[in-house]
Design a protein around this ligand. Structure first.
Ligand SMILES: Nc1ncnc2c1ncn2[C@@H]1O[C@H](COP(=O)(O)OP(=O)(O)OP(=O)(O)O)[C@@H](O)[C@H]1O
Ligand SMILES: [Mg+2]
Length: 299
């Protein structure tokens, strides 16, 4: 779907911001791009959106070598991509509804064909009562949700979001993250949506990993879910991780233990419950784990 081969980028004659960047992205996947401020996250997303050319290396988007495309060819690919800019870029003279409808209008679709779709999507992102509001009266989180709605209204195959949770308070951040996870899941039923989101908060990454683990569990893929919960629990340094991570890690350990217990793997589950009791005493899960441990040992 996307491939970077030894991509390097410098602005003008400045230093190389990105160097030897090589990766590929499969359809239907969900990725977080993390790094401190100035690391080059926005730059990388601009390369993906083809609004910036690499100084060296090759970029393939939807299988096409971007360097070989005409301006028209690039525009055609861009229409298959939804993007949420770090600064939202809503048009001030258009209402929320009109902003979100804009990509469809640009594509030449008839308003009567999409009027209800735009309204439904706005309700879905929690902006049902802001439909006729202009951007200047929207809060940061509301603007961001409008920008996300605009990015997905034309059903893009690739969704790029820059700092989708960076400018909003944690509660809204979590809601947006759930929104992305949900969009990815909805799209899976209808085709594929690949998401690449930039943010530099490790905690948000952990939360998204936990959300994805829960999705694996909901799908009934126990092994994948246990692996995903383990990643949350141990992939960030275990108890050496920042304190703020601990409740999420404890939740993941508890979830993995329950899955293992359900699968009849009582020893493995018992070890995890014990770990919660020993190493996460401050966690609410620790108390429940103690009871679970007693239950297992009684049998
Ligand atoms: N148009 C530009 N011209 C010159 N240098 C630029 C330009 N845009 C970005 N840079 C530089 O490139 C580096 C990477 O910037 P970028 O915006 O990609 O970082 P970022 O990871 O998105 O940061 P943040 O988390 O603060 O959004 C920075 O050092 C920045 O100063
Ligand atoms: Mg940025």
């Amino acid at each position: 779907m996307i491939r970077f081969d030894n991509v390097g980028l410098r602005y003008g004659s400045g230093p190389e911001i990105l160097r030897d960047v090589t990766f590929h992205v499969l359809p239907g996947s969900f990725h977080f791009l993390t790094g401190p401020s100035g690391a080059g996250k926005t730059t990388l997303l601009r390369l993906l959106f083809m609004s910036l050319r690499p100084s060296r290396g090759l970029i393939f988007v939807f299988g096409e070598n971007v360097a070989k495309l005409s301006t028209g060819g690039r525009s055609a690919l861009r229409r298959r991509i939804g993007i949420v800019f770090q600064d939202f870029r809503l048009l001030e003279h258009l209402t929320t509804w009109e902003n979100v409808a804009l990509p469809l209008r640009v594509m030449g679709k008839r308003e009567s064909d999409y009027r209800d779709d735009v309204t439904d999507l706005l309700r879905w992102v929690g902006l049902g009562d802001r439909i006729d509001a202009y951007p200047e009266v929207l809060s940061g989180g509301e603007k961001q949700r409008a920008a996300i709605a605009r990015a997905v209204i034309a059903r893009p195959e690739l969704l790029l979001a820059d700092e989708p949770t960076g400018n909003v308070d944690p509660a809204i951040g979590n809601r947006l993250l759930r929104l992305f996870v949900e969009l990815n899941r909805l799209a899976e039923a209808e085709g594929d949506l690949t998401e690449i989101a930039g943010n530099h908060q490790g905690l948000l990454q952990l939360k998204s990993e936990l959300a994805l683990a829960k999705i694996e569990r909901a799908r009934g893929d126990h092994d994948a879910a246990v692996r995903a919960f383990f990643k949350v629990a141990y992939g960030h340094g275990g108890t050496a991780a920042p304190d703020a991570f601990h409740p999420l890690q404890a939740e993941a350990i508890y979830a993995a233990a329950q899955l293992l217990e359900d699968a009849g793997r009582k020893d493995a589950a018992g070890k995890l419950y014990q770990e919660l009791v020993d190493h996460y005493p401050a966690s609410a899960r620790s108390q429940i784990a103690r009871k679970s441990l007693e239950r297992i040992l009684r049998r």
